[in-house]
Design a protein around this ligand. Structure first.
Ligand code: SF4
Length: 430
């Protein structure tokens, strides 16, 4: 590319408006621009693209990427700066040319350091994702054919992620999908749980994060703040009243280093706080998986957080083995964890501990896990069972003679099951 005014005029006079250069509004060019342009045009194109990328960056931190607000604001910027914005508009040669040239200029400018490259690629990737998602199915096919990429339907949608950091992408995708499920601070089942049921429930119906917290509380007679918040709100969500919660925590803490007086002065306040009886009197909502996975990582001595996210894989494996998860199931779970699919790993855990082939819901919340487990165990929900085998996982569990509290069979007729009779009915409401 050359930048002399004289040559540009010659090019224009020669009728250099070849539509075949830019058959699509979206480009994946392999050749740099070869025409001659003026220094003024060079500068204007570069500044406009820089403005566009700055807008992409600002919108990306102000709005959920892909939301209606994000898209409409980005479209406005693209139109204002005269870049191609609608694939169906055929007569936008100038916009496509500007797109091509300006991209190449900024490549030159932003290839000079690792930081600059990262910034440029991130903004271009977001811009490309937006524009690609705006294409109709026909145009996606046409575009992929033109650029000679052999991707089919769904796979093509992941194209913009090709240049991204694979380790970050799942987390970024998750971040843009905030929790929109039921609010588990509304206690449908308030007062329907006896404290004596909690040990059995923790084995049968708690997700791994809450089972881990419950076990740590029983073992250590104490949980640090992050654990008390996560577990306390979960228990509230499954139906513990404030009075039960105070009794539950106190009875456990006074077995350790905290005496009754210290508990009343130091810990009871925060439990009443969780129930909206102190401070701002907010009725706190149990934490969703997203919140547990993404915020407040556990430190040494903490038991909160999502074990699929934060446990060392070897420790997780040992824990799953101690919970009698079969080796193939453990392998599948660890594979999902490796791919950062923590909620899918948890769904697999649900599937294996409930002996079902299809869990029938998409997991977003620990309290959802509990409710679905109780529905299933009460027989309220039809489930697809694994094909019968000479000795099923359930039978294997039933044949275990372990007295550990972690090995209560899922469906055996134990004393714990008898205690729980009648309770399940409270979790079958919609
Ligand atoms: Fe708990 Fe959700 Fe993690 Fe499962 S995926 S262990 S419910 S935080």
């Amino acid at each position: 590319m050359e930048f002399s005014r004289e040559k540009r005029l010659k090019a224009r006079l020669a009728g250099d408006r070849r539509g075949d250069l830019y058959p699509h509004s979206l480009q994946f060019y392999l050749q740099p621009p070869t025409e001659n342009i003026s220094l003024a045009e060079f500068e204007n194109f570069a500044i406009d693209r820089l403005k566009l990328l700055k807008a992409v960056e600002n919108l990306g931190v102000s709005y959920v990427k892909g939301s209606d607000e994000y898209k409409s604001r980005l479209e406005r910027e693209i139109r204002k700066l005269k870049f191609p914005f609608k694939a169906l508009v055929e007569d936008d040669y100038d916009a496509r040319r500007k797109d091509h040239i300006s991209h190449f200029i900024l490549r030159l400018a932003y290839c000079q350091s690792e930081d600059l490259r990262r910034w440029f690629i991130q903004q271009e990737m977001d811009l490309f994702r937006y524009r690609f998602n705006e294409l109709t199915g026909d145009l996606v096919e046409k575009f992929l054919k033109y650029v000679n990429l052999s991707y089919g339907a769904l796979t093509a949608r992941s194209l913009p992620a090709v240049q991204s950091d694979e380790r970050l992408l799942p987390l970024l995708n998750h971040l843009s999908h905030s929790y929109v499920g039921p609010d588990y601070s509304i206690q449908k089942n308030i007062g329907k749980i006896s404290l004596e049921h909690i040990d059995a429930l923790s084995v049968k119906s708690f997700p791994l994060c809450m089972r881990q917290l419950h076990k740590a509380l029983r073992d250590n007679h104490h949980l640090r703040h992050g654990g008390r918040m996560q577990y306390g709100l979960f228990l509230k969500g499954i139906g513990l009243t404030l009075e039960q919660a105070l009794q539950f925590w106190k009875s456990e803490f006074i077995k350790g280093k905290v005496d009754a007086d210290k508990f009343d002065k130091g810990y009871a306040y925060s439990i009443r706080h969780n129930y909206g009886k102190e401070g701002k009197r907010t009725d706190y909502t149990p934490f969703s998986c997203m919140k547990i996975i993404l915020s407040n990582p556990p430190s040494q001595g903490d038991y909160h957080g999502c074990p699929f996210r934060y446990s060392d894989p070897e420790l997780l494996k040992q824990k799953l083995q101690s919970y009698k998860i079969p080796p193939t199931g453990i392998t599948q779970i660890l594979e999902l964890v490796k791919g950062m699919h923590y909620q899918l790993a948890c769904q697999k855990y649900f599937q294996l501990t409930h002996d079902v082939d299809d869990i029938g819901f998409s997991l977003n919340h620990p309290n959802q896990y509990f409710t679905e487990s109780q529905k299933l165990l009460s027989g309220d929900r039809e489930v697809k069972k694994e094909p019968s085998e000479p000795e099923s996982f359930q039978q294997k569990l039933s044949s275990q003679k372990s007295t550990s509290s972690c090995s209560i069979p899922i469906s055996s007729n134990t004393e714990a099951d008898t205690e729980l009779e009648g309770l399940d009915a409270y979790f079958t409401e919609d």
